[in-house]
Write a protein that binds this ligand. Structure first.
Ligand SMILES: Nc1ncnc2c1ncn2[C@@H]1O[C@H](COP(=O)(O)OP(=O)(O)OP(=O)(O)O)[C@@H](O)[C@H]1O
Ligand SMILES: [Mg+2]
Length: 386
């Protein structure tokens, strides 16, 4: 077998592996087949809706809300037990109780870019999990994948070899061939969480954007595209590739908040200072690049280990070097993220029986809770307060 044949055969096997994993869990490998199996007990549904459990029970009893779903308890003496609520049911109840957390009508959606100069520093998993965490709370979210490796897209079932083409990405708009981005916005299994997927050919952006016939400067095309669909959302998240190229410049210029994912492993600092240098150059007063605003820039520490680990010592150094930039709550390492990817269900999608153990799930949940609360409360919501 020639090396070329060997490589093609490896690619084909990898694609079949991806496809068969999706088929095993969802029946087929299309994004539409994806379903979230998790149901929410009444207490946690009440918390996500922002009312008391009693308010839900009373509204169901009075017929103001549809009756709750019941299932059979099984066992020797089966009895009906509450089945729990789906995410769509929870969102409909928010409509009924008038507790949707949407941004004020006179405000703009907040655009958050999560670049990171080093591969594997948790950019994509932060983007995917934060988008779901926000959706769980009722926010209208758009995630935009511009990484040619398309891992964010795959969290939502969009796979560059199986069901997505380059025409389903931002590339046609960015090369001046479309008037708005509505052609590439896709649904996910999550209510009010949409995605613009990526594709392996997104790499063409780097070559073709500089010579494209486009109405705006090259580094602002993504910002122009987002403006065409932004009114539908509260929060827009952009996940990119670990480089300093066109895609990264576009995501920074489109953003209100740029969170530089920074691994707290040794030897990761240059990847972050390189991104800082890029940002400094873009917004320098002598820069030739036109921009509309400066983003808030923060550092998101990732890959944190235990209290006495080297990563914690590195974090202390980052905090001393760049006071005020690193978030107070970085992201710790948990194998539940990788296990969730194998199960095709993130920690927010997993039903009780899909979790490794209640304790492991809770630990992973706690890791993200602190970081995501800080991003929402301290970085996003201030934009809506004016
Ligand atoms: N909190 C976590 N704990 C442990 N592993 C994690 C965590 N978050 C992500 N991972 C794993 O680390 C790997 C890299 O994560 P991720 O894909 O988010 O990084 P990335 O910065 O987007 O990488 P790339 O530069 O390739 O785009 C993935 O295999 C993911 O499952
Ligand atoms: Mg990634």
């Amino acid at each position: 077998m020639s090396i070329s044949e060997l490589m093609r055969s490896c690619i084909s096997t990898a694609n079949k592996w991806s496809s068969s994993r999706a088929e095993a869990v969802f029946g087929d490998d299309s994004p539409e087949a994806r379903q979230i199996q998790r149901r929410f007990k009444i207490n946690s549904a009440a918390e996500y809706i922002g009312v008391s459990r009693q308010a839900i029970e009373k509204a169901e009893k009075d017929g103001r809300l549809p009756p709750a779903d019941y299932t059979d308890s099984g066992g020797a003496a089966p009895r009906p037990i509450r089945k729990g609520y789906t995410l769509s049911q929870i969102d409909s109840m928010r409509d009924y109780f008038n507790t949707q957390p949407h941004r004020p009508m006179d405000s703009e959606p907040v655009i958050v870019a999560i670049p990171g100069g080093k591969g594997g520093c948790y950019k994509t998993s932060t983007c995917a999990n934060f988008s779901q965490w926000c959706s769980l709370r009722g926010y209208r979210v758009l995630v935009i994948d511009i990484d040619p490796q398309s891992h964010l897209s795959m969290y939502f079932g969009y796979h560059p070899e199986l069901n997505t083409s380059i025409d389903d990405t931002v590339l046609p708009f960015m090369l001046g061939n479309k008037d708005d981005l509505s052609y590439c916005v896709r649904n996910t299994a999550w209510p009010k969480l949409d995605i613009i997927p990526s594709h392996l050919q997104m790499q063409r952006l780097e070559r073709e954007l500089p010579v494209a016939d486009i109405p705006y400067q090259t580094h602002t095309m993504l910002q122009a595209g987002i403006a065409t669909v932004a009114s539908n959302y509260d929060i827009i998240l952009i996940d990119g590739h670990p480089d300093l190229g066109m895609g990264t410049m576009n995501m920074i210029c489109a953003s209100d908040v740029t969170l530089i994912a920074t691994s707290t492993e040794v030897n990761d600092i240059n990847s972050t200072t390189q991104l800082m240098a890029l940002i400094a150059d873009i917004y320098d007063e002598n820069s030739q690049l036109e921009t509309t605003h400066e983003p808030v820039v923060r550092v998101l520490p990732t890959k944190l280990g235990g209290i006495s680990s080297s990563s914690q010592a590195n974090l202390r150094d980052l905090m001393a070097m760049w006071p005020g930039l690193p978030l107070a709550n970085g992201i710790r390492v948990t194998d539940e993220i990788g296990k969730g990817q194998r199960r095709m269900a993130s920690i927010y999608e997993q039903a009780d029986e899909q979790r490794s153990s209640p304790a492991a799930w809770k630990r992973a949940n706690d890791i993200f809770e602190a970081t995501f609360t800080e991003i929402l409360e301290d970085l996003i919501k201030p934009f809506w307060r004016g």
